[in-house]
Write a protein that binds this ligand. Structure first.
Ligand code: RFL
Ligand code: PHB
Length: 395
């Protein structure tokens, strides 16, 4: 594929944010170019999110990217909370006016979007790392990147950093023009993928004195499980048997529920952090998705926030090129930061309710149990959890 040296919207990063934005822009007739540092195979296999909110599903449907999701995605109407050997189900539709979530892996969203973008002829280059941005404060930002052994440039009207937490676009905004707000939690997740049918119909979030555990799934034959571990944990220090024993212990519940065991095919450790960079716009440069904000994965919000950001940007660029209106572009940062703050608060509150703080005391543990019991007792507390979990209705 020949890559143009100029375009209207330059996009750095072909994760869900960059790929969905490219799809939306293509449908709106706005030229764009996507530069991705990794190979296609790597991007398509990277294990990450599993839960899509209604608004994300609607956004994918709205741009014709949900054909396989509608066939293979699993609609989920609730989650189970566990603590003190007790299980409690939170039902979403009855608490949120009918909303629910979908289990459809990020790997599959990414595969679907790559296939559609390439079939539509969107210039999407893999193994093309952006190395620098110049002219961020002008109306002609330029991305410098490498491709097939050559140094190249892409001049754009607008540049969107969809290059994740470790990307380079955020760093192109002068330090004095941005502020990053951050909270690193004193624990991480050990995430595993196992070739075994899920042991539950719905996700299980468990608080135990030994730490948090989550049972999720990728399909009817593949389970996805997470364990709270100490920061700096080496995944190889955890044998399969130790992982299953620890999961058994943390999910323990009255009654005859059993955790199915099977071969573990992948293990990785991820730190738990909340981070927001504001504003999300500087001159002609915009930040979207993990490039602008990270949430601890407990609330399953990261991918959904990324999709929300680019849905707003797609609309704003469409308006800009249809009738010259900058109104939506001007509103982007403030309106998205409102949403991001809500998701941060929810993710923080779920995280701190369910994880064992290594510096915490019995007092803190009792407060956590009290918060869980309040959810079981009060419809209002359940509705608060459910509304945040399923996310806002699509607009
Ligand atoms: P991504 O997916 O990190 O994509 C960024 C892309 O940019 C590329 N890149 C560059 N390309 C060119 N030049 C450069 N200099 C570049 N630097 C980087 C990278 O290679 C990459 O392809 O960011 P994006 O698109 O904003 O998407 C965000 C989501 O990936 C992320 O928020 C979620 O995965 C978070 N998350 C979850 N979110 C949910 O909504 N629901 C979940 O259930 C959920 N579970 C999770 C998660 C994240 C996890 N991890 C591993 C962090 C579970 C886990 C375990
Ligand atoms: C996942 O399936 O990877 C997953 C599900 C729910 C979360 C986090 C991760 O809260």
């Amino acid at each position: 594929m020949r890559l143009p040296s100029r375009t209207r919207v330059g996009i750095v990063g072909a994760g869900p944010a960059g790929l969905l934005l490219a799809r939306l822009l293509h449908r709106a007739g706005v030229d764009c170019v996507v530069l991705e540092s990794r190979e296609r195979e790597y991007v398509e296999q990277r294990q990450r999110a599993g839960i899509l909110e209604q608004a994300t599903v609607d956004a994918l449907r709205g741009c014709g990217a949900a054909e396989r999701l509608d066939r293979e995605g699993l609609a989920h109407d609730g989650i189970e909370l566990r603590w003190n050997r007790r299980a409690y189900r939170v039902d979403f539709p009855s608490l949120t006016g009918g909303r629910r979530v979908w289990v459809y892996a990020q790997t599959e969203v990414v595969k679907d979007l790559i296939a559609l973008d390439l079939a539509a002829g969107v210039p999407l280059a893999f193994a093309a790392p952006a190395v620098a941005v110049t002219g961020a404060d002008t109306d002609r930002p330029v991305v410098h990147y490498r491709h097939r052994g050559r140094e190249r440039t892409l001049a754009c009207d607008y540049l969107v950093g969809c290059d994740g937490f470790h990307g380079i676009v955020r760093a192109a905004v002068p330090a004095a023009a941005r502020t990053t707000y951050e909270r690193l939690h004193p624990y991480s997740w050990l995430g595993v993928l196992a070739d075994v049918p899920p042991s539950c119909d719905e996700l299980i979030y468990a608080r135990s004195p030994r730490g948090f555990a989550l049972h999720s799934l990728r399909s009817t034959t593949v389970s996805r499980l997470y364990l709270q571990v100490a920061n700096g944990t080496d995944p190889e220090a955890w044998s399969d048997e130790r992982i299953w024993d620890e999961l058994d212990n943390r999910f323990a519940v009255e009654g005859d529920w059993r955790l199915r065991r099977g071969p573990i095919t992948q293990k990785s450790v991820l730190p738990m952090r909340g981070s927001v960079t504001a504003p999300m716009r500087y001159g002609s440069v915009f930040l979207a998705g993990d490039a602008a904000h990270i949430v601890p994965p407990t609330g399953a919000k990261g991918l959904n926030l990324a999709a929300g950001d680019v849905t707003a940007l797609g609309r704003a660029f469409a308006a800009r090129y249809a009738d010259g209106s900058d109104r939506l572009l001007a509103a982007y940062s403030d309106s998205r930061l409102d949403r991001v703050r809500r998701a941060q608060e929810f993710s923080y509150s779920l995280t701190t309710m369910l994880h064992t703080d290594p510096g915490g005391t019995d007092f803190d543990a009792r407060l956590q149990v009290s918060r869980l019991e309040r959810i079981a007792e009060s419809r209002a507390a359940r509705a608060e959890l459910a509304e945040n979990y399923v996310g806002p209705p699509s607009d």
